[in-house]
Structures are given as structure tokens and as C-alpha cells.
Ligand binder design. Structure first.
Ligand SMILES: NC(=O)c1ccc[n+]([C@@H]2O[C@H](COP(=O)([O-])OP(=O)(O)OC[C@H]3O[C@@H](n4cnc5c(N)ncnc54)[C@H](OP(=O)(O)O)[C@@H]3O)[C@@H](O)[C@H]2O)c1
Length: 211
């Protein structure tokens, strides 16, 4: 497949790039600082660009069979300040995908976004609201924009991210009754995203992932 990854310079996005290349896919990887990326591969195209810029996004998704959006706040951003990064980037991306007749979008938000907030314990809810409330308010809006689109979307909600090695033994919790917050490796989130793109699975679902 040809996969476009937006937010690809670090974290989950970077792991998605590695996983997709290992499986033989052609990858376009975009973030603002892709020029510092050290991965080189004949099937990898890197683009430095801003996910809120329509021209950059159009270039990043050109010809893709599926787009994987793994944005996080910039390193120098305060999580305590309001942000519109997730909703702005998502609006830009949906418009670009619809203009180009593209359908398949997989994105990462987080456990506590949208209706998964109901499944946080009271201490978890208080901590998330105090520390990440502003970011999650924008992730809520991001999820709603995606749900309101005509795309074949999958919204992945990992719990607390770790950098352990890929386990191949994580749980994909699709039904609301099963949703729980918990640890999950970034490499396992990447494994799920690439597998779901390949299999066109979990369309219009919001799975939580857990180790
Ligand atoms: N940490 C946790 O425990 C946890 C739990 C659940 C969910 N999450 C969520 O999971 C997601 C991924 O987190 P992560 O820690 O793996 O990754 P991360 O380190 O936050 O990486 C974020 C990526 O987004 C890119 N980015 C930021 N602003 C951009 C812009 N305007 N245009 C293009 N790219 C941009 C960054 O690259 P540049 O800076 O180079 O642009 C980077 O590649 C985040 O949304 C996070 O909130 C995190």
C-alpha cells in the first residue's frame, strides 16, 4: 500500500513509519521537523510541513491509499494552554481527502477523548482534566469532525504510552463495556494502525488499546 503518516517525526508516528516500511509499504512521512529524521529507505519519502497548512497536507497525502494521523503537541507547547492543533489539522485533512476522493483515515486521539471519558475513574478524570483538559477538549472536537465526515475512519484511543518493544500481544477493546485505561506500547499502537490500514478493519470504530 501507499501510506501517508502525518506527525511522523517522533512517537507513535515514527513507529508507524518503521512498521510500514518493514512490511513493504511505500510511505510518505510528514512533520514540521522531518529534515532531522535519520531513517532512509527506498520506499520512504519525507516531507517537512505543517499539518494545519492545506498545501503541505495536500502534498503529504498525494496518492495515498490510507492516511494515518498521529499528531501530538509540539515539544515547546504547554499542555496547560488552549490548543486548536488537533481540530485545525483534522479540518484541513478532511477537506483535502474529500477533495481528492480519498476515504481511509486512521487517527490517534487518546483514552479519555469523546465518549471514552465516561470510562475514566474519578481520579483519572480529575488528573486528565487538570493536566490535559485543554488538549482533550480539542481532541473531542477532532473526534467529532471525523465522525461527521464521510470518510472510512478509525479513531484509536491508546491509554498511557510506553516505549517498550512491540509485544504482539495487546488487546483491542472495541465494545464500550470493555474500554479501560491502561498501558500500551507505542510500537503496538503502530502495529495496530498499519494492520487496520492493510485489512480495512475497524471502520467507524473507536478501539481502546491495552497491553
Ligand atoms: N503520552 C501518552 O501517554 C499518551 C496517551 C494517549 C494518547 N496520547 C496521544 O498520542 C499522540 C502521539 O503521542 P506521541 O507521544 O507518540 O507523539 P509525540 O511525541 O507527541 O509526536 C507528535 C508528532 O506530531 C508532530 N507535529 C506536531 N505539530 C505538528 C504540526 N503542526 N504539523 C505536523 N506535525 C506536527 C510532531 O513533529 P514536529 O514537532 O516535528 O512537527 C511529532 O512528529 C498524541 O496525540 C498524544 O496526545 C499520548
Amino acid at each position: 500500500m501507499k501510506l501517508s503518516i502525518i506527525g511522523a517525526s517522533r512517537g507513535i508516528g515514527r513507529k508507524v513509519v518503521t512498521e510500514a516500511l518493514e512490511r513493504g509499504h511505500k510511505v510518505t512521512a510528514m512533520a514540521r521537523s522531518m529534515e532531522t529524521a535519520t531513517t532512509h529507505h527506498e520506499n520512504l519519502t519525507t516531507l517537512s510541513g505543517d499539518a494545519t497548512n492545506a498545501t503541505d497536507v495536500a502534498a503529504a497525502i498525494d496518492g495515498a491509499d490510507a492516511v494515518i494521523l498521529t499528531l501530538g503537541l509540539p515539544r515547546d507547547a504547554s499542555v496547560l494552554k488552549p490548543t486548536t492543533l488537533f481540530s485545525d489539522a483534522t479540518r484541513t485533512l478532511i477537506a483535502a481527502m474529500e477533495t481528492n476522493g480519498m476515504k481511509r483515515l486512521l487517527t490517534v486521539t487518546g483514552f479519555g477523548a469523546g465518549d471514552s471519558a465516561e470510562k475514566l475513574s474519578t481520579p483519572e478524570r480529575l488528573i486528565q482534566k487538570a493536566l490535559l483538559g485543554r488538549a482533550y477538549a480539542d481532541k473531542d472536537l477532532q473526534e467529532q469532525l471525523i465522525r461527521d465526515s464521510a470518510l472510512d475512519w478509525t479513531i484509536v484511543r491508546p491509554g498511557i504510552l510506553t516505549d517498550n518493544r512491540k509485544s504482539n500481544a495487546y488487546k483491542v477493546l472495541v465494545e464500550k463495556e470493555t474500554w479501560r485505561n491502561g498501558l500500551i506500547n507505542r510500537a503496538d499502537v503502530a502495529d495496530f494502525l498499519v494492520t487496520a490500514a492493510e485489512q480495512a478493519s475497524h471502520i467507524h470504530q473507536t478501539p481502546a488499546l491495552q497491553r
